[in-house]
Design a protein around this ligand. Structure first.
Ligand code: NAD
Length: 487
């Protein structure tokens, strides 16, 4: 194992947790190399679970289910709260681990740990507030009681771009609701998931309540688990393409699905916007995680009057960013996750440029080892360039000029996605009116960052089904049971 770029406290047992975690047991093994995107070298290896390992995880989740369901909300809350505290105590180690395996700059990784931990705190509080309902029938002669019960064993599948937060956003509400879970993290970033499972163990999560498996064969492993009638929930975060496959698979056993899928966020700037505020917001909306975020601004629609000043300001800020390994002090833009990701960005940029886009900074992959693409600003991008319909998922800001509100709305909605959108205008009434016309699950008005554990996160159209976080997130892991009661 090459640990050349390991962090000084790599000896911490937390960072060495990397076996399959099934029924409270750690099962060492190999088969999946984890790469350091800043060098392309292997950082560690984790086990490669097969279908029978996955079925053992279902078995373990089933064995723990009755006991966990029977715990009081307060007991579940206190375990989640301890898990939050442990994540907070180990924030620096977790941030380094995320930065190492994902490549994101340390400030982004630190932000992710705080955000991720907050889901445990939020759902420790929500566990005690699971809603119920009593109504009279309209005739007044009967009573309607509605109780919420844990939905059952939940399969949680997460992407590599937020290895901690996408896991806690699912584990938090699932555990608070009383469900046992199997987490399948992305193979690119499994170390963070295993480290968090170690902390969960320390926090007092009983054996089998949280199981973690990594695999290079997610299709077969997932299909086998979904075919087992004890698995009642699939909560997936990832690409729309994989989401579609999983929805079809879940349909065979009518498994409840929550889907957090891809995005193609428009960032609309009106002439009257405050330029400094716009640039601050644009940098966050574009460059959090070096653009590898589902909420990342993917299309900048800028009104004619402010267009040139916006392009100049954004170019100055993007060109000044320090690119380098995520764990290096001062790095603001880390490497992309894989070579393939760099190739995709290169393809999108080259196509736009060949069709007339102008490069103001960046515009080509960086040479050398590691998967680097520099911060890039383009304008004069054709509105039907591939990058206007595909997720760029990198540090590239394409700017499109528009004249009228109707044109901006039409362009913004011209996509199969509907996850996030941003609007900048000094006239709040105007911004809210335009916002009503945008097909999106989340809208930042004069704000470049919208993610908050207390808010419902999710998309419309082909960006997903259901919401995570907020007060409703817990209900994704519960079934309503109606009691018709005579009293
Ligand atoms: P991906 O869809 O390739 O993979 C996501 C997860 O699904 C990984 O764990 C992967 O191993 C697994 N997977 C892949 N094929 C599978 C199959 N056939 N059956 C079962 N599981 C399978 O996505 P990614 O590249 O890891 O992540 C980037 C994508 O995730 C982007 O599209 C991004 O927009 C999206 N995303 C969405 C949100 C959201 O909240 N809406 C958040 C983060 C990322």
């Amino acid at each position: 194992m090459n640990i050349e770029r390991s962090i000084p406290n790599f000896a911490d047992p937390l960072l060495h947790a990397r076996g399959l975690y099934i029924g409270g047991q750690w099962e060492a093994g190999g088969g999946i190399p984890v790469f350091d995107p800043s060098t392309g070298r292997t950082l560690a290896e984790v086990p490669d679970a097969n279908v029978s390992d996955a079925m053992r995880a279902v078995e373990a989740a089933e064995k723990a289910a009755a006991g966990w369901r029977a715990t009081s909300a307060r007991q579940r809350a206190e375990i989640l709260r301890r898990w939050f505290e442990l994540m907070t105590r180990h924030a620096e180690e977790l941030a380094h681990l995320i930065s190492l395996e994902n490549g994101k700059a340390l400030p982004d990784a630190r932000g992710e740990v705080a955000y991720a931990a907050e889901f445990f705190r939020w759902y420790s509080e929500e566990a005690a507030r699971i809603p119920g309902e009593h109504r009279h029938t309209p005739s007044g002669s009967h009573n309607i009681l509605v109780d919420h019960e844990p939905i059952g064993i939940s399969l949680l599948i997460t992407p590599w771009n937020f290895p901690a937060a996408m896991a806690t956003r699912k584990i938090g509400p699932a555990l608070a609701a009383g469900c046992t879970v199997i987490l399948k993290p992305a193979s690119e970033t499994p170390l963070t998931a295993y480290a968090m499972a170690r902390l969960g163990e320390e926090a007092g999560v009983p054996a089998g309540v949280v199981n973690v498996i990594t695999t290079t064969n997610p299709g077969a492993v997932t299909s086998a688990m979904l075919a087992d009638h004890r698995v009642r929930k699939l909560s997936f975060t990832g690409s729309t393409g994989v989401g579609r496959i999983l929805l079809a698979e879940a349909a065979k056993s009518v498994v409840s699905c929550s889907m957090e899928l891809g995005g193609n966020a428009p960032f609309i700037v009106f002439d009257d916007a405050d330029l400094d505020a716009v640039l601050d917001g644009a940098m966050v909306a574009k460059m959090r995680n070096a653009g590898e975020a589902c909420t990342a601004a993917n299309r900048f629609y800028v009104q004619s009057g402010i267009h040139d000043a916006f392009v100049a300001g954004l170019t100055e800020r993007m060109a000044a960013l320090k690119v380098g390994p995520g764990t290096d002090p001062g790095t603001q833009c880390g490497p992309m996750i894989t070579k393939k990701a760099v190739e995709k960005i290169d393809r999108l940029v080259s196509e736009a440029v060949s069709r007339g886009a102008r490069v103001h900074t960046g515009g080509a992959p960086l040479p050398g080892s590691g998967f680097y693409y520099p911060p890039t600003v383009l304008d004069n991008v054709p509105v039907d360039a591939s990058m206007a319909s595909e997720e760029i998922f990198g540090p590239v800001a394409p700017v499109y000029r528009f004249e009228t509100e109707d044109e901006a709305v039409r362009l913004a909605n011209d996509t199969e996605y509907g996850l996030a959108a941003y609007i900048y205008s000094r006239d709040l009434k105007h911004a809210m009116r335009v916002g009503k016309r945008i097909e999106t699950g989340m809208l930042g008005i004069n704000r470049g960052l919208m993610s908050d554990p207390a808010a419902p996160f999710g998309g419309v159209k082909q960006s997903g089904l259901g919401r995570e976080g907020g007060v409703t997130g817990i209900l994704e892991f519960m079934e309503a049971k109606y009691y018709a009661v005579e009293f």
